[in-house]
Ligand binder design. Structure first.
Ligand SMILES: Nc1nc2c(ncn2[C@@H]2O[C@H](COP(=O)(O)OP(=O)(O)O)[C@@H](O)[C@H]2O)c(=O)[nH]1
Ligand SMILES: [Mg+2]
Length: 364
């Protein structure tokens, strides 16, 4: 059996990793490849896993910690997929607040599984709006320095930087941000794409599949600053069944809910890294996100029909104390449901700060 290709698609929260993975998977499947996916989160009840499964993909997840801290579980999922699905390619999405992947994932894989797994170049997806803030003022003022440090470090170790969301940019902006990234991250190839509109994906897939991960020395990283960056973010994963008294427009419900959470966070001056919602009723589903307090709500998928009952998942990664985050989201959810005459059933919520990263391996 030939080795499975493992493509790791990292990058900051909300950069477009999941969208990118979906669009890469679609391209690869259309070319006859067998593709599976592994998602990853600090908690459970994941929007990304459900969204990708609804899109028809085969997905396993590592929950409760990042790939590097749960390395054995990551290997387990890959083995499970290898045995049950026999994929040609596995696409894996690490947590968006995770970095140091060369030392904690790439090198351990090369050392232990070189014959079974061929690692493709490390892809790091970047949101041009964050890249622009970094270019103009050295970081995002919504976030503390430690988070900006983490953002920079994620880019520093990329083999390929995927400058995403170019559908939102002028050609001049694409050029100036690409030039800036090339100048500042000299070891990386910069490729402009729109994961959403599937632009540039063929080009980047041919580069990714035509090469292997470079065997570069892993970067210097201050784990105290890294841990602090992760600690600033409040994490919330919540799931609930919503029962309408009639058939309702849940797309509009999601807009109301996200708008109200965004307003509530804006009032606290809390930077939103990623706030996302998935709703499903039978085969019909929606996914929508907000990736900054100044950003609009963006739907990756709308529900096609009105529905009476839906399962809803909310995932939030916001610069706020997690208990406060939970009480804000809980209040907004209750208020929005009451406005819509919706009954809530079986709500499950977890909110926390990620623990200090303690990778199983860290090979310099
Ligand atoms: N306009 C635009 N939006 C995108 C693109 N890629 C992702 N998005 C949106 O950005 C948000 C975050 O995307 P997601 O893939 O969930 O980010 P992740 O947290 O990095 O996995 C979603 O609302 C996506 O629809 C893109 O190429 N263009
Ligand atoms: Mg994602």
């Amino acid at each position: 059996m030939s080795a499975i290709k493992l493509i790791i698609v990292g990058g900051f929260l909300g950069a477009g990793k999941t969208t990118c993975i979906l669009s890469m998977a679609k391209k690869l499947i259309s070319k006859g490849k067998k593709v599976d996916i592994v998602t990853n989160d600090q908690g459970s009840q994941l929007v990304d896993t459900n969204f990708l499964r609804s899109a028809g993909l085969s997905v396993l997840e590592v929950t409760g910690g990042c790939f590097c801290c749960k390395f054995d579980e990551f290997v387990d999922r890959i083995n499970n997929l290898a045995d049950s699905e026999m994929p040609d390619i596995i696409l894996a999405e690490p947590v968006g607040s995770c970095t140091d992947l060369v030392a904690t994932i790439f090198r351990p894989f090369k050392l232990n599984f070189a014959s079974e797994i061929k690692l493709s170049p490390l892809c790091v997806v970047v949101d041009p709006r964050r890249a622009k803030k970094f270019m103009l003022s050295g970081g995002d003022v919504e976030f503390p320095d430690e988070i900006n440090y983490l953002f920079k470090k994620q880019l520093e170790e990329a083999d390929i930087i995927l400058l995403n969301k170019i559908d939102m940019l002028t050609q001049q902006e694409v050029k100036s941000i690409s030039d800036f990234l090339k100048e500042n991250f000299k070891g990386s190839t910069v490729m402009p794409i729109s994961a959403k509109e599937e632009t540039g994906i063929d080009e980047c897939m041919s580069v990714i599949l035509g090469s292997v991960a470079t065997d570069r020395v892993s970067m210097d990283l201050d784990y105290d600053i890294y841990a602090k960056a992760e600690e600033y973010l409040g994490w919330l994963n919540s799931s609930v069944i919503l029962r309408g008294s009639d058939y309702l427009d849940f797309n509009q419900f999601i807009v109301d809910l996200l708008k109200s959470i965004k307003e509530s966070m804006g009032a606290q001056k809390s930077g939103i890294a990623h706030l996302k919602v998935y709703a499903v009723s039978d085969e019909d589903y929606a996914k929508a996100s907000i990736t900054g307090v100044d950003e609009d709500i963006d739907f990756s998928q709308y529900m096609k029909n009105r529905a009476k009952n839906v399962s809803l998942i909310v995932n939030a990664r916001i610069n706020i104390d997690p208990d406060k985050l939970a009480s804000h989201v809980d209040r907004v959810l209750k208020d929005t449901c009451s406005k819509w005459g919706i009954k809530m059933d079986g709500i499950k919520t977890e909110s926390f700060k990620p623990k200090k990263p303690e990778p199983k391996y860290r090979i310099k």
